[in-house]
Design a protein around this ligand. Structure first.
Ligand code: GDP
Length: 206
């Protein structure tokens, strides 16, 4: 396992052509607005507000790159890529945009995207929009991992029940259920498992 030595904000981009071109492996984070994406990125980068915690759903419409320096021998540097939240649960129902071109362009065309972390609130694992996005990722063959966020909101038994419910839904479409991790930024738990997963992915690349 590796340790994080340093993390920094690199840049915000509104399109693919503006993104960093140094070819470092990219781990992207996505989910419904308010799922806890900024909080998780802050936990993982050990920074209080590297990714801003916004209270306005759907507001962030830029793609943010954060560079991490680790003590790994091979591939010590990676990017975390903070994608805009999808869905507009708290705004107008007529708001049609779901997966904006910025999101679909990034996930289908980013040359160094090695894994997408799809965040799902552990209390709401059956949301249509998440399952539509999972289907989209499957169709496009994009590697992803599910992160169940806000685990502290449920008891241990309820957490297990939620994970089982999600696995059951996924088994309908997936021969092999995608990897599922669980985090709580409140309890600062689950970050190590995300790191371990990143380490494995990087080892497979090297
Ligand atoms: P984003 O919109 O996906 O970036 O979500 P944020 O990180 O801004 O978080 C949305 C809200 O959920 C904020 O009020 C956070 O404090 C809260 N939150 C995020 N992660 C957790 C968690 O693990 N546990 C609890 N209880 N609340 C969380």
């Amino acid at each position: 396992m590796f340790s994080l030595l340093q993390s920094e904000f690199t840049k915000s981009s509104s399109k693919l052509s503006e993104m960093p071109v140094d070819g470092l492996p990219e781990f992207a984070f996505i989910g419904r607005s308010n799922v806890g994406k900024s909080s998780l990125i802050n936990l993982l980068t050990k920074r209080k507000s590297l990714a801003k915690i916004s209270s306005v759903p759907g507001k962030t419409q830029l793609i943010n790159h954060f560079k991490l320096l680790t003590d790994r021998k091979k591939l010590p540097e990676v990017y975390f890529v903070d994608l805009p939240g999808y869905g507009f649960a708290k705004t107008s129902k007529t708001q049609k945009a779901k997966f904006t071109p910025m999101i679909t362009n990034y996930v289908t065309k980013a040359p160094r995207l090695v894994n997408l972390f799809l965040l799902i609130d552990i209390r709401h694992v059956d949301q249509k929009i998440d399952h539509e996005f999972i289907e989209y990722l499957g169709v496009k063959g994009i590697p992803f991992t599910i992160v169940l966020t806000k685990a502290d909101k449920l008891s241990k038994n309820q957490q297990a029940a939620s994970a089982a419910q999600l696995r059951k839904i996924l088994r309908k479409d997936w021969e092999e259920v995608p990897t599922m991790l669980q985090t709580s930024t409140l309890k600062k738990s689950g970050g190590e498992e995300v790191y371990e997963y990143i380490d494995e992915v990087l080892n497979d690349l090297a």
